[in-house]
Design a protein around this ligand. Sequence first.
Ligand SMILES: [Fe+2]
Length: 315
Amino acid sequence: MNEDSRATSRSKPDFEATKAYLEAHSGIQGLKVLPPEAVDEAVTQFHRDGFVVIGQALDAEQLEILKLGVEQAVAEIVALDPKGKGNRGPGRYSFGGSSLSRSQLHRPAWQMLLSVEPMQRMLDAMFGCQDYRLRAASGDFCMPMTMDYQRLHSDVRDWVDAETTPFSAFYDPSGRLSLRDLPCPYICVNFLPQDIHALNGPTRQIPGSQKSRAPIPRLEQEPEWMRLSTVTPVPAGSMMIRDVRAWHGGTPNLSNEVRAIPNLEFYAPWFREPIVPGISIDDFKKLPPRAQQLAELCVPASGETFITGPTLKAP
Ligand SMILES: [Fe+2]
């Protein structure tokens, strides 16, 4: 959304009413922000609901690094889009979808996230081993005064042809099994560089939808309780760990600030889809040993040149 249309949105008579309504009703009732040491409870909640929120995941220094890194990435991306059209709907941008490498792993702020210890502990317990691997470092952001909802969706799908997407993999020739019948194949960890509240575009998550084979409702079909099923309030420095099969979507950002949820995305040891290299060999070698292990599939093949940079349409 550009400056003119933002001004128009702000002056709409229903703006104040929408704000008051969301303030009063948006937010999952009884949402828990668990402490980083509550690993067992987090694992139980993750497998039940398809997501869980962990507070105090980042220390003060990590939070500062992430804020600055996000600020820089956002500035570079929106500079390409003066009309604010976004690449996930008006005012909405995917960090991966705005990078030639489909990832932000070339940026030190995203590399730092690989070494967040509470995340490593949680993922070890959720995957039941340490052999999960990074697929990409991405996430999304939405600009101030983004009025629209993003439709509910999953971030992974069963195999479809390469023209539809080159990134699907799971295929059962008998047609009996879907990814939704399996244990969680792929976990996304979103880190929150700012507080999340009812008015700055909290993610809506539909609890327990990760195994559902029901069609995901389009915006016009979506019941109101789903539109209000938002992960809020959550303090800055927290992380939201998601089974990417669970239905989720963006909500309006009626605040004056950018809402960003940078992430790391990990495949279970038994699951792979095509991976685009996200970091140069030289930068990879500077990572700590555990971070190198996690990111080992994101390195270019020998002789392959690593290319990245901002774009509005990732290849
Ligand atoms: Fe998504």
